[in-house]
Design a protein around this ligand. Structure first.
Ligand code: NAD
Length: 494
C-alpha cells in the first residue's frame, strides 16, 4: 500500500447505491434517498437508499424464503465453508479499495482502517469458515432405553444492526457466524457509514452466496431499524451501538415476537497505571493510542485514566505530551495517527461534553477544541482533562470521542473502587510489574476484557462482550456461535 494508490482510489467517484434484496440492487419502495457526506472535507460523496418499513418487509421476506428453501440453511457444511473462504479471499484481494471507501465514508485513519476493517473482516469470515464443521451435536447420558440427542440448528432470520465505527469489522462479526450456522441475515448498517458494507454484500454474492441469504437495507435507525426490530418474522436481533438504542431493541422484542436480542453497547473503560508498571513511557504511548486512535470512536477506548498518586504528575505530563504530538488530519494520509470524527453531529456531541467538563470544574491539560475547520472536515484535537472527580459527567458518560479524563488513586482497593464505579463494564487495563497484583485485578475488575501491560488488540479466538450496561452478548470466538443456533432435544424411545 502506498500513498499514490490511496490517492488514486480516493479520487474516484462513488456511485449511488440502492438496497440489496434477493440477490440484486433494488430501488427503495419508500422512494427516498439520503446524502452521504464525507467527514474528511464535508463534501457530498454519493447517495444511498433510505428504506422504509415496506423495504424491510421485502428484505425479511426474501431472507425467510431463502431460509425455508434450504439452499443455505440445509447445505452441507463443506459447501458453506467453501463460500465463506471465497468471501475472505475476495475481501483480501480488494482490501485497499474497501478500506479507502470506508475511510471516505467515516473518517477512520487509513493505517488503522486497513487492518481493522477489511483485514479483520477477512479474518472473521475465515475463522467461522474453519469453525462451522466443528460444531457437533451431542448424545446425552440417558438410560439405555432411550436416546437423548441435542441438536444445534440455525435459528432462521437474523436482523443485524451495526454502528458507524468499524462497520466492516463489526458487520463481519455478526454476518460471518450467522451465515456459518446456516441462517439468513438482514443487515441494517448505520446511516453514517454504509458504503463498505454495501460492497461487502455484493462480494458475498459474487462468491456464491445464494440470493436472499444476505440482504442489506440502508436507512435511518428510527425507521428502518425500528421496522427490523419490531418485525414478527425476525428470530434474532444482534446489535452493536449505544445503550439508548439497545434499550429500544429490548422493547421492540417485547412488543413483537419476543425475538432474542443480543446487545454490544458502549463503555467508560478504566486504564489503571500503577507506579510499578514496567515501562511508564511505553504505558503513556499505548494509553494515548488507546483513547485517541480513530478519534476515540472505539467502544473499548480507555477513556478513564487512573494513575497512582506518586507518579500522577509525571505520567500525566507524558500523556499530555503524547496527545499534543499526535498527528491529526486527513485520514487518507498514511502518516495520520487520528482521522476525522465521523459526522458533524458527533463532533457537536464531543464539543458538548468538553463544555460541560469546563463548567463542572475539570482542568484542561491538552486539546479541547475543534481543529482544521478550514478543510471543511470534522476534526477534534486529542484532549486531556485533569482535576476530575467521579461525579463529573465526563467520568460517568461515554463521549465516543478523543477525550480523556485523568484521576489519581492511592491503593489497589482505591483503584478498584473507582474502576468499577460505573454502570458500564466493557474493557479495562492494568499496568503493573507485579504478577500477583495483575491477576488480582483481572479477577476483580467487572468488565468483559481486561488488558495487562497493553491496551486494545485481540483476535478472533477471544470473545468481545460487555458486563452490566455494556451489553449481554459476545462477538468473536466460538462462543459467538451460540447466538445463531437453537438447541433442540430429540428424545427417542428405543
Ligand atoms: P447508535 O446506537 O446511534 O446506532 C447504532 C445503529 O442503530 C445504527 O445502525 C442506527 O441506525 C441504529 N438505530 C438508531 N436508532 C434506532 C432505533 N430507534 N431502532 C433501531 N435501530 C436504531 O450507535 P452509533 O452512534 O452508531 O455507535 C456508537 C455506539 O456504539 C457507542 O455507544 C459505542 O460504544 C457502541 N459500540 C459498541 C461496540 C461493542 O462491541 N460493544 C463496538 C462499537 C461501538
Amino acid at each position: 500500500m502506498d500513498q499514490s494508490q490511496i490517492d488514486a482510489l480516493a479520487a474516484q467517484p462513488v456511485s449511488a447505491r440502492q438496497l440489496f434484496i434477493d440477490g440484486r440492487w433494488v430501488a427503495p419502495q419508500s422512494g427516498k434517498v439520503m446524502d452521504v457526506t464525507s467527514p474528511i472535507d464535508g463534501r457530498l460523496l454519493t447517495t444511498i437508499a433510505d428504506a422504509g418499513a415496506a423495504d424491510v418487509d421485502a428484505a425479511v421476506a426474501s431472507a425467510r424464503r431463502a431460509f425455508d428453501s434450504g439452499v443455505w440453511s440445509r447445505a452441507a457444511p463443506a459447501e458453506r465453508k467453501k463460500v465463506l473462504h471465497r468471501i475472505a479471499d475476495a475481501i483480501e484481494r480488494e482490501a485497499l479499495e474497501l478500506a479507502v471507501l470506508g475511510v471516505r465514508d467515516n473518517g477512520t485513519e487509513i493505517g488503522m482502517a486497513i487492518k481493522a476493517e477489511p483485514g479483520s473482516a477477512a479474518g472473521t469470515f475465515r475463522y467461522y469458515a474453519e469453525a462451522l464443521d466443528k460444531v457437533n451435536g451431542e448424545v446425552a447420558p440417558t438410560a439405555g432405553s432411550v436416546l437423548g440427542m441435542i441438536l444445534r440448528e440455525p435459528v432462521g432470520v437474523v436482523g443485524a444492526i451495526v454502528p458507524w465505527n468499524f462497520p466492516m469489522m463489526i458487520g463481519a462479526w455478526k454476518i460471518a457466524p450467522a451465515l456459518a450456522m446456516g441462517n439468513s441475515v438482514v443487515l441494517k448498517p448505520s446511516e453514517v457509514a454504509s458504503l463498505s458494507l454495501l460492497r461487502l454484500v455484493e462480494i458475498c454474492h459474487e462468491c456464491g452466496l445464494p440470493e436472499g441469504v444476505l440482504n442489506v437495507v440502508t436507512g435511518h435507525g428510527a425507521v428502518a431499524g425500528e421496522a427490523l426490530g419490531l418485525h414478527m418474522d425476525v428470530d434474532v436481533l444482534v446489535f452493536t451501538g449505544s445503550g439508548g438504542v439497545g434499550r429500544r431493541l429490548l422493547e421492540y422484542s417485547a412488543r413483537s415476537n419476543l425475538k432474542r436480542v443480543y446487545l454490544e453497547l458502549g463503555g467508560k473503560s478504566p486504564n489503571i497505571v500503577f507506579a510499578d508498571a514496567p515501562d511508564l513511557r511505553q504505558a503513556a504511548k499505548v494509553s494515548a493510542a488507546g483513547i485517541f486512535r480513530n478519534s476515540g470512536q472505539v467502544c473499548v477506548a480507555g477513556s478513564r485514566l487512573l494513575v497512582e498518586r506518586s507518579i500522577q504528575e509525571d505520567f500525566t505530563a507524558m500523556l499530555a505530551e503524547e496527545a499534543r504530538a499526535m498527528k491529526v488530519g486527513n485520514p487518507l494520509k498514511l502518516d495520520t495517527q487520528a482521522g476525522a470524527i465521523s459526522s458533524e453531529m458527533q463532533l457537536a456531541r464531543v464539543q458538548g461534553f468538553v463544555e460541560v467538563a469546563h463548567d463542572e470544574g475539570a482542568v484542561l491539560l491538552a486539546g479541547g477544541e475543534r481543529i482544521l475547520a478550514e478543510t471543511g472536515g470534522s476534526y477534534f484535537a486529542p484532549t486531556v482533562f485533569g482535576g476530575v472527580t467521579p461525579e463529573m459527567t465526563l467520568v460517568r458518560e461515554e463521549v465516543f470521542g478523543p477525550v480523556l479524563s485523568v484521576m489519581p488513586f492511592d491503593t489497589e482497593e482505591d483503584a478498584l473502587r473507582i474502576a468499577n464505579g460505573t454502570e458500564y463494564g466493557l474493557a479495562a487495563a492494568v499496568w503493573t510489574g507485579n504478577l500477583s497484583r495483575a491477576h488480582r485485578m483481572v479477577r476483580a475488575i467487572d468488565a468483559g476484557v481486561v488488558h495487562v501491560n497493553t491496551y486494545g488488540g485481540a483476535d478472533n479466538t477471544v470473545p468481545l462482550g460487555g458486563h452490566r450496561q455494556s451489553g449481554n452478548g459476545h462477538d468473536k470466538s466460538l462462543h459467538a456461535l451460540d447466538k445463531y443456533v437453537n438447541l433442540k432435544t430429540a428424545w427417542i424411545q428405543l
